[in-house]
Design a binder for this molecule. Structure first.
Ligand SMILES: O=c1ccn([C@@H]2O[C@H](COP(=O)(O)OP(=O)(O)O[C@H]3O[C@H](CO)[C@H](O)[C@H](O)[C@H]3O)[C@@H](O)[C@H]2O)c(=O)[nH]1
Length: 640
């Protein structure tokens, strides 16, 4: 590790000192980013781990910026916003994941936390002296930015810095979002789902154990209720811990992976009485932050109703197919419990506070061996759960523990598909075209939550209604017609052809100088700091004219890049337009061209009178005698 990296880690740790530090896996995704926002608003420091497979780092920059505005609305200064750090790491890569824990591990010399019990078979191994991952300071990036956004009210989340600020740097809790989440895709690629959703959780729990992190909020789903449970579903209608039905009613690998995760978490809490687990079962999340700066950006063709409606509004599909009109519901269409993503995010805060209370007032251990808080009892439970005889008596030992809790997060109110179409039509002032169609295989008529447990035990309840959800989704759709897609493309562009990007950096220089948004593009051009450049361009994504200007210049620079940046037209049936969906961007990481990547045939640039050979990049990209451009890849293929 270079001295510069060591210095960066040391600076980050200094910045984090005094904050309760929460590790959020999958924190740049849809629900993750809104939760990070609420954590910062509430005064928590946040460390995000995300592999960006279905999200964009830009979301986090926007999050920190929104929180700065939120703080100002509350009479505080942006400097007071807690730190937000980002690691681009895949949780299935255990070594890389461990390097994050190494970076943020407690300083042993100042640590006051001691494990309460040590079982013989679980003696803590010394932490591996592995590499340490260098965190990106998102707050520092956000301070330089200017975004245009809708006026939004200050968050209702209370600012609650702990009375005694932590005197050591330590991750105290984990919120685990990182997972794959498409039902249909999980049927096609079950192994990927189990690898990420189950394998990733195992890595996390092993690392939490090794680094003595004991509290976790887990992102579960109403999907774990499976078939057969419909209206006002209670948490105890299925049993985690072998005490009843559950996983058997599930119909797809995604649902099974979430169910398995809950079982694993429960078993872990049985084996370790110090562990505190809360699983949150989401119903149908939708909505976005009212600023219109962050929102849902589903990759590929969306299947969920709200993104589908949004696409119909954007004319990216001709109509919405309403699946099923003969259900036993008021208007015959499917009824679901839609919950605003900000309510969901605040549900995670409520869960964190619950975990904090539990740890702050622990039940003292007792010598009574039949007591569930006795070490003797827990040792027995531990043995029972690994016994090979599997008698029913022993099975009952592995019943759900009190340090494992699950809660529904929903509103308790159902809305039909037609209600959604009407509400969305109201906010956008246009009717959403739809057609009644056959029911989708496996769909249920009604799925709504009983939310009394969350309100009585977490003190949480949903504040937003359907109209709020539709309004905020609409705002996001209007301001970000392609979600973060443009950003993904710009990032992809920097990865594929840094030379061409450098050329665009030259051509947009004047624009940068005119811009009021601070940027370090110019000063870093020679050192290839594309991160700064992409960040600068990301500001332009909201200003359509500027963005189009850049696209035009990108076409000048390189035909493939021009193609990459072209607006994609969604097919009528909703299938994806061309353009990469795999682009991601890493700061200061050498850009690599993936030689196996299949690149689309680029269009000729339009500034060279359709003579590609006049482009400054003609030689680099190759020019076929038939007038078609060739990427290096297609050139290789043609040679064989
Ligand atoms: O193009 C569409 C898409 C959906 N629907 C209908 O809209 C309702 C909601 O469907 P979604 O696909 O948006 O959501 P589901 O309730 O089917 O599934 C969601 O909630 C589940 C838990 O209940 C799981 O978490 C799952 O991953 C998640 O997508 C259903 O009646 C569905 O039939 C349509 O009519 N047309």
């Amino acid at each position: 590790m270079s001295s510069r990296e060591e210095e960066a880690i040391s600076q980050a740790r200094k910045k984090a000192l005094g904050f309760n530090l929460i590790l959020v896996t999958g924190g740049s995704g849809y629900i993750g980013s809104h939760t990070v926002l609420e954590l910062l608003v509430a005064g928590y420091g946040v460390v995000v781990v995300d592999n960006l497979c279905n999200s964009h780092w830009e979301a986090l920059v926007r999050v920190h910026w929104i929180v700065q505005q939120d703080y100002m609305k509350r009479g505080r200064t942006p400097d007071e916003v807690p730190p937000l750090f980002f690691h681009e790491v895949d949780i299935t890569d255990k070594d890389a994941f461990q390097s994050v824990f190494e970076t943020w591990k407690a300083d042993e010399s100042t640590s006051t936390r001691k494990p309460m019990f040590k079982f013989a078979e679980e003696k803590k191994k010394p932490a591996k002296k592995g590499t340490r991952s260098v965190p990106k300071d998102i707050g520092a990036l956000a301070y330089k930015q200017t975004f245009k956004c809708k006026e939004f009210p200050a968050s209702s989340t209370q600012f609650q810095l702990p009375k005694n600020r932590p005197t050591e740097v330590k991750i105290t809790d984990v919120i685990h979002f990182a997972a794959l989440k498409s039902v249909g895709e999980s049927v096609q690629m079950p192994l990927s789902y189990y690898r990420t959703n189950v394998g990733g959780l195992l890595n996390l729990l092993e690392l939490m154990k090794e680094y003595n992190v004991k509290k976790i909020v887990f992102s579960s789903s109403a999907v774990v209720y499976g078939k057969g449970k419909e209206t006002n579903i209670r948490e105890d209608s299925i049993q985690v811990g072998g005490g009843g039905a559950g996983g058997g009613l599930l119909t797809n690998p995604y649902g099974r992976s979430k169910w398995m995760d809950e079982e694993i978490l429960n078993d872990t809490s049985v084996a370790d009485p110090d562990m505190e687990v809360i699983a949150l079962r989401y119903f149908n999340p939708t909505g976005s932050h009212p600023s219109g700066l962050i929102g849902e950006d589903p990759r590929g063709t969306p299947n969920n109703i709200i993104p589908v409606v949004m696409q119909a509004f954007q004319r990216r599909r001709s109509r919405v197919y309403v699946y099923g009109s003969n259900y036993d519901t008021p208007d015959g269409t499917g009824v679901r419990d839609y919950i605003h993503v900000l309510d969901l995010a605040r549900g995670h805060l409520a869960a964190l506070r619950k975990l904090t209370t539990l740890v702050a007032t622990p039940t003292p251990p007792t010598d009574d061996p039949t007591s569930p808080v006795s070490p003797t009892f827990n040792r027995r439970m531990s043995r029972a759960s690994v016994s090979s005889t599997g008698s029913s008596r022993e099975t009952s030992f592995s019943a759900q523990r009190t340090n494992y809790r699950c809660y529904n997060l929903g509103t308790g109110t159902g809305h039909s598909v037609l209600d959604i179409l009407k509400a969305f039509g109201n906010v956008c002032g246009n009717d959403i075209p739809f057609v009644l169609s056959d029911a989708r295989a496996g769909d249920l008529g009604t799925v709504t939550a009983d939310v009394t447990k969350a309100s009585s035990e977490l003190g949480w309840y949903a504040e937003f209604g359907l109209q709020d959800m539709c309004r905020d989704v609409y705002q996001w759709a209007v301001d970000n017609p392609q979600g973060y897609e443009r950003l993904r493309r710009l990032s992809m562009m920097a990865q594929i052809d840094p030379e061409a990007v450098r050329h665009i950096m030259d051509t947009v220089e004047d624009e940068d100088e005119e811009s009021e948004a601070g940027t370090d593009v110019g000063s870093n051009r020679s050192s290839g700091d594309f991160g700064a450049f992409i960040r600068r361009l990301s500001v332009m994504t909201i200003d359509d004219n500027k963005y189009k200007n850049v696209m035009r210049k990108a076409s000048i620079a390189g035909p493939y890049l021009g193609k990459l940046l072209e607006e994609d037209e969604e097919e009528e049936d909703g299938s994806e337009g061309q353009g990469s969906r795999n682009g991601s961007f890493s700061w200061n990481v050498p850009f690599k061209v993936d030689q196996n990547q299949t690149m689309p045939q680029p269009n000729p640039p339009f500034n060279t009178n359709n003579d590609p050979s006049k482009s400054p990049f003609a030689e680099k990209w190759g020019f076929g005698g038939n007038g078609n451009w060739q990427t290096p890849q297609s050139k290789v293929q043609n040679a064989h």
